[in-house]
Write a protein that binds this ligand. Structure first.
Ligand SMILES: C[S@@+](CC[C@H](N)C(=O)[O-])C[C@H]1O[C@@H](n2cnc3c(N)ncnc32)[C@H](O)[C@@H]1O
Length: 257
């Protein structure tokens, strides 16, 4: 009787160990990235969402670019709710790097004729900052990033770069959209993609009539906020540093020098 009981316990232990080892093996072989998962919407039912919706409805605009659409139920939804009522019939171009998020985005808006989605990285790897630059920012500019250890912040940078390398997603998405659609200058742009590429994305869309920045209290759009704040061609029309990691909206003056 005791022998049978011992045998059962040993057997259970054996199964447990096999499961444990195979799980460890799986995670080390198939190392996943956060970009392999769908995430909840971020700009959702708050004052930035309302501002996006109002501008998308009321401004005289034709071409809108959203960098970092995720699966489409945050800022994209705000754009769509406004654009559908805009008498100028503007077109929305969405950029999303993550494959599962992009697939959900495409599916969600497949029947909306004024949206085109691109599964591209906005910019290539050589436009990402170095680890040293991010570490310098982390230590010298107090921001929302200081809530996390520097190692964690740097692991996000590595993760974003690795995703481009491993997934082989095409890059230079902003240039691709401009070229495909013969666009010299977008009318309205939201910069809300990778934490590390806002500054480079701003370079590529500079001159747009309306520029919306999310996460101004982080690496993503801190530099863009500063650059626009000293440009006499732009005026700050709305900002709030207290909502999530802060947002700001800049509008170009009619005469652009
Ligand atoms: C903060 S989330 C966007 C949230 C979204 N705007 C919302 O309101 O829910 C940033 C998104 O940018 C995407 N992303 C990250 N790096 C990117 C890149 N290089 N090019 C395009 N999209 C990128 C991420 O996959 C993620 O879905």
């Amino acid at each position: 009787m005791i022998e049978i009981k011992e045998y059962r316990i040993m057997n259970k232990l054996r199964v447990l160990l096999i499961n444990l080892f195979s799980r460890i093996h799986r995670t080390s072989v198939l190392k996943t990235s956060e970009l392999d998962f769908i995430i909840p919407p971020e700009i959702k039912d708050d004052e930035f969402y309302s501002a996006i919706m109002n501008l998308a409805e009321k401004e005289e605009i034709q071409t809108v670019l959203e960098i970092g659409s995720s699966s489409g139920n945050g800022s994209t939804e705000a754009f769509v709710n406004g654009l559908v009522k805009n008498p100028c019939s503007p077109h929305l171009y969405c950029l999303e790097i993550s494959s599962p998020r992009f697939n959900a985005l495409q599916k969600r808006y497949k029947n909306v004729s004024f949206i085109t989605c691109y599964n591209f990285s906005s910019v290539p790897i050589d436009k990402f900052p170095s680890e040293g630059e991010v570490a310098y920012f982390y230590k010298s500019v107090p921001s929302a990033l200081n809530k996390y250890p520097l190692e964690r912040v740097l692991s996000w940078l590595k993760q974003d770069i690795e995703y481009i390398e491993k997934s082989k997603v095409p890059t230079q998405g902003i240039q691709k959209i401009k070229k495909d659609n013969n666009i010299q200058q977008f009318d309205m742009v939201l910069i809300d993609g990778s934490e590390f590429t806002g500054r480079e994305e701003l370079n590529e869309i500079y001159g747009a009539k309306i520029i919306l920045l999310d996460d101004i209290n982080g690496f993503k759009n801190y530099h863009s906020y500063q650059r626009l704040s000293v440009d006499p061609n732009y005026v700050l029309i709305q900002e709030n540093w207290k909502i999530r990691n802060g947002y700001a909206i800049y509008k170009r003056k009619s005469s652009f020098a």
